[in-house]
Write a protein that binds this ligand. Structure first.
Ligand code: NFS
Ligand code: SF4
Length: 647
């Protein structure tokens, strides 16, 4: 693969080349050296017990069984279930940490932190049945945090946020027994169910996997999003920039990487402190301190504080290759272990901060919420100190940086389209009904060196907006769009006439950045609002919407994809599930599951063909809703009126 084929991003191509010149290995090199294992890819390798490991030839699945007698179908289903359990646990544990922080902040035990969105606090508290009249905000917050904690440990009943879904959807979940009870319980149960010798029925395992994924989407992730908004504020449209060009030669560069927004929020604040800026200047960094994000921590601070993002998932190694990063601070998730080796070639200090995530031999400064600002200060000081160790010979920062507008929470979409005083989804629904906007597609997920970085994301989005489909995005997909300039209102030029008109009227980009991956829950809420607003059916599965994960790699993406489908949104995968070793599972996922959820999976490796399939589905939904007509643009004269059919 040539460097051009590795990424569509010029900054990435330049840094990949620099890494090669300097003898530094990146994910692309390791990917090339890695012979993919066909059993793993097909899902037919089982290591669940020590009678094995067992593997079944996916091309001849009926010829063999595991030592215990497990068929390819059972093995594939169990492996998929465990991916979903992993993804759900990651999002949800992140949510738990936020709930804990909200409690500490409300109790006054997290200096520098207070409730930023009291309005949302009260709204969410009501959903949890908490008395809010005549009570102090702090008091309500402490009680809400307790209720939030209970969602994780609940043994019976069902998760509170499920009430947000349309009644019809709730009935489907109930009828098929996929209502998640407690978040932790679902993760534990699916692990139990899929250990050696328990559940062997692929259908049963898959339904439980869906239940686990719902505990992510309507549980852990939704809690993470809502409670972060309450604590750190609900995002509003905000301008910023993206790509490696946001790093500054004349500044102390601190890159924050991972997923949890608490420490990075503090680092942002400390870095703005004039005293700290002065210290940096005294150390020779004329431009002071520059904080930039990566992956979803990057998205979190971008959405709320407007800090620039240095890139998406595959940029994490490349940021260090610029030779201009003083400190890379990590928390949890999506951190490549290779960062430790790469930093050894440059002056960059890698730091771990979460009790959950360490690298051997890497400096660990533990983040304790009670001492958030203190820890942040230590880290910023360390970065300033490290500035003098930069090797000017090794510094090369690509020029590429792109302006963007982010911050589209579902509340913002409400305000943007509805206007500040009559915030509602009515205008969006009307635009869809009248065909100015044909539908809404969420493009989400990661980068993956199995495919050229960002190519699928960007070509797909461009094709969809050209066809008047509004794109909503999160995670590293949003990073790809940011770098490609699609998060700018001016990108409406690339949209079809209807979408362009809407974008220009409200001044919004045709691709909306809705946040980090836990913020996919915002898309669920937006879907509920669209159903509630009326005119587009009475369940999420009626809406002309779809989800796409073009370049995904993470277990978390697998959890997201499943909760979207279980919520009634069909999901298109650019990289297929690792399930092709079982025709039964493939049939369930890509066909039969639609009978239950009104949504299913699709797979397609080519962006143009994928766009065509997505557009087909949207048109099909519009047809069913009876709204697939040309937008009414002409004013009718009397003669035309007479021609109109009488209903
Ligand atoms: Ni999502 Fe965010 Fe990116 Fe993929 Fe990783 S950062 S939580 S998992 S790689 S989109
Ligand atoms: Fe083999 Fe069955 Fe053990 Fe899996 S559970 S490793 S298939 S014996």
């Amino acid at each position: 693969m040539s460097n051009k084929e590795k990424s569509r991003d010029k900054a990435a191509q330049e840094m990949i080349k620099k890494a090669q010149e300097e003898g530094v290995e990146t994910a692309w090199d390791r990917k090339e050296a890695m012979k993919a294992c066909v059993y793993g890819d097909a899902g037919t390798c089982c290591r669940l017990c020590l009678m094995g490991p067992c593997r079944i030839n996916p091309n001849k699945p009926d010829e063999k069984q595991g030592v215990c007698g497990a068929t390819a179908d059972t093995i594939v289903a169990r492996n998929l279930a465990r991916l979903i359990a992993g993804g759900t646990s990651a999002h949800s544990d992140h949510g738990r940490h936020i709930v804990h922080a909200l409690k500490l902040a409300a109790e006054g035990k997290m200096p520098g932190y207070e409730i930023k969105d009291a309005g949302k606090l009260l709204r969410v508290a009501k959903e949890f049945g908490i008395e809010i009249e005549n009570r102090q905000v702090q008091e309500v917050a402490v009680e809400l945090a307790r209720k939030g904690e209970e969602e994780f440990g609940k043994q019976d009943g069902r998760l509170t946020f499920l009430n947000r879904a349309p009644k019809k959807r709730q009935a489907i979940w109930k009828d098929f027994g996929v209502e998640p009870r407690g978040i932790d319980r679902e993760v534990v149960e699916i692990m139990h169910r899929t250990t050696m010798g328990v559940d062997h029925d692929p259908y049963d395992i898959l339904l439980s996997s869906f239940r686990t994924s719902l505990a992510d989407g309507w549980g852990g992730s939704m809690i993470a999003t809502e409670f972060t908004d309450i604590l750190l504020s609900t995002p509003k449209p905000i301008r910023s920039q993206a790509n490696l060009g946001v790093l500054k030669e004349g500044a102390v560069n601190i890159v924050i990487h991972g997923h949890e927004p608490l420490l990075s929020d503090s680092i942002g604040r400390v870095a703005r402190n004039p005293e700290m800026v002065k210290k940096a200047q005294e150390a020779g960094a004329q431009e002071g301190i520059n904080v930039a994000g990566l992956c979803c921590t990057g998205n979190e601070v971008l959405m709320r504080q407007g800090y620039p993002i240095a890139g998406n998932h595959l940029h994490q190694e490349l940021a260090i290759v610029t030779g201009a990063v003083e400190v890379m601070v990590t928390d949890v998730q999506c951190l490549m272990p290779s960062l430790a080796q790469i930093t050894s070639y440059y002056h960059t200090r890698l730091l771990t901060t979460s009790p959950l995530a360490r690298f051997p031999g890497v400096l660990h400064i533990e983040f304790e919420p009670e001492k958030a600002l203190e820890v942040a200060q230590r880290i910023v000081e360390l970065a300033i100190e490290n500035f003098k160790n930069r090797d000017p010979q090794k510094v090369r920062i690509p020029e590429e940086k792109m302006s963007l507008v982010a911050g589209f929470s579902h509340e913002t979409i409400n305000y943007m389209l509805g206007g500040r005083f009559r915030a509602s989804y009515r205008p969006l629904n009307d635009a869809i009904i009248w065909g100015r906007i044909k539908g809404v597609v969420g493009i989400v997920g990661c980068n993956n060196p199995r495919t050229s970085q960002d190519v699928f994301h960007v070509s797909l989005a461009e094709e969809l907006i050209k066809n008047d489909i509004l794109v909503v995005s999160t995670g590293c997909a949003a990073g790809a769009f940011a770098k490609a300039g699609l998060l700018l209102p001016e990108a409406a030029e690339k949209a079809g006439p209807g979408l362009k008109e809407v974008c220009e009227a409200v001044g919004m980009p045709p691709v909306l950045h809705a946040g980090s991956c836990v913020d996919n829950s915002r898309i669920l809420v937006a879907c509920c609002e669209m159903v509630r607003e009326g005119g587009l059916g009475d369940d999420i599965s009626d809406l002309p919407v779809a989800g796409v994960a073009p370049e995904w790699m993470s277990e978390k993406a697998e959890a997201i994809a499943h909760y979207f489908v279980a919520s009634g949104v069909s999901v298109f995968l650019g990289i297929p599930h690792p399930t092709w070793g079982s025709s039964k599972m493939e049939k369930l996922l890509y066909q039969e599951i639609e009978e239950i959820f009104g949504a299913r999976f699709y797979k397609e490796g080519d962006p143009q063909r994928m766009a065509a399939k997505v557009i087909d589905l949207i048109n099909h939904k519009r047809e069913k809703l009876g709204i697939n007509r040309k937008p009414a643009r002409v004013l009718y004269d009397m003669a035309m009126r007479r021609e109109l059919p009488v209903e």
